[in-house]
Design a protein around this ligand. Structure first.
Ligand code: SAH
Ligand code: SF4
Length: 362
């Protein structure tokens, strides 16, 4: 729903559109024409859907809104990671990141063009190392605002996106219904047509919602931000752990793993002196074995105003070698420039903060 009280047309599933066209005494194939205009031809208004009868266009335009998000800034260049700052219809700002095919994503070379998208304005979970949580939570994004990030980036960059990671600002499982709706549209052949295996959702560990996700038929990939192998360590950096401790989280992951065919991934940021000990590595290996999970190690990336730092290269390598000695599939991000790190969970870096200030005051 928008301020006008109208639902946005890009939040609707094909069967809902079919219901709406039938309510207007039109044949249901009209709904397919509408989704073609939205997701294949990419028009920017209902009025431009020229093969629909004029009366239908008018009635739809009265009933539904049609969102666009404004691109306020693009940082970065074609061969590197590009960061997009968007203004939503209520003036809130969000960011998404386009990661080129040549870049290594989570330690693995990818031949796909990936975008890292936001699901909320801000984040309520307040992880101590994360820029998105610093300014608190404003609101959930609606499904169309999630879809619009992808459509706008494809339009501006001229590139076809074929991999989506929900690792931008916000906690996707705290905005469950809108995120699921957006994923259905992204995945559907009538929508953006991106395979479920090329959609990854990252969560800080909302145990009940992980179970709920396990019961959904979609085969998307799940990444769990663990960042600590004991409650003692995790409590220090992730307030969510006081609500759902490691055992509660891991048993939700067990439930997920039993129902889904793919492996889940543990994300583990390495923070010097906090979670990078040998003991944590051995315990992390046990958790990964229990769940048949992969581990992505991510050296902590500095955030303005925060005190944490990344361990030395040799400590990072030692941590990795312990996991590997336990035969756990594990990767460590090693690339220079931290381009990719800027992509995910870090969308309020210094540059963008300054940008934000300018944008909000201009
Ligand atoms: N809220 C979800 C998804 C967004 S955060 C989650 O927490 O999983 C996406 C990822 O970026 C998470 O693994 C998060 O822990 C990581 N991240 C956040 N701040 C970071 C930092 N400063 N350096 C490296 N990774 C960071
Ligand atoms: Fe929110 Fe994820 Fe950042 Fe934690 S890491 S504050 S859950 S966006």
């Amino acid at each position: 729903m928008t301020k006008t009280g109208k639902i946005d047309i890009k939040s609707l599933l094909l069967n809902e559109l079919q219901g709406d066209v039938r309510d207007l005494a039109e044949p249901s194939y009209r709904a397919g024409q509408i989704t073609d205009w939205l997701y294949k031809k990419r028009v920017d208004s209902i009025g431009k859907m020229t093969d629909l009868p004029q009366s239908l266009r008018e009635r739809f335009a009265e009933k539904f809104s049609f969102s666009k998000i404004d691109v306020v800034r693009v940082l970065g260049s074609r061969d590197t990671t590009r960061k997009f700052l968007f203004r939503l219809s209520d003036a809130n700002l969000i960011e998404s990141v386009l990661i080129p095919a040549s870049a290594a994503l989570y330690g693995e070379k990818s031949d796909r063009r990936t975008i890292c998208i936001s699901t909320q304005v801000g984040c309520a979970y307040g992880c101590k190392f994360c820029a998105s949580g610093l300014e608190g939570f404003s609101r959930n994004l609606r499904a169309n605002e999630i879809i619009d990030q992808i459509i706008a980036i494809e339009r501006v960059s001229g590139e076809k996106i074929d991999n989506i990671v929900f690792m931008g600002m916000g906690e996707p499982l705290a905005n469950f219904e809108n995120v699921m709706r957006a994923i259905r549209i992204v995945n559907a052949p009538w929508g953006l047509g991106i395979g479920a295996r090329h959609i990854t959702l990252s969560t800080s560990g909302l145990a009940p919602q992980i179970k709920k996700l396990a019961d959904e038929p979609l085969q998307i990939r799940l990444a769990v931000s663990l960042h600590g192998a004991t409650d003692e360590v995790r409590n220090q950096i992730m307030p969510i752990n006081r609500k759902y401790n490691i055992e509660t989280l891991l048993s939700a992951c067990d439930y997920y793993a039993e129902r889904k065919k793919q492996r889940l991934t543990f994300e583990y940021i390495l923070i010097a002196g906090v979670n990078d000990s040998d003991e944590q590595a051995h315990l992390l290996a046990q958790h990964a074995r229990r769940l048949f999970a992969k581990v992505n190690l991510i050296p902590y990336n500095a955030v303005e105003d925060l005190e944490w730092s990344r361990p030395s290269r040799s400590r990072q390598e030692k941590f990795l070698s312990i996991l590997r000695a336990h035969k756990i599939p594990a990767t460590l991000r090693r690339e220079k420039g931290h381009d990719i790190d800027a992509a995910c969970g870090q969308l309020r870096l210094q540059t963008s903060r300054n940008e934000r200030r300018q944008v909000t005051t201009s």
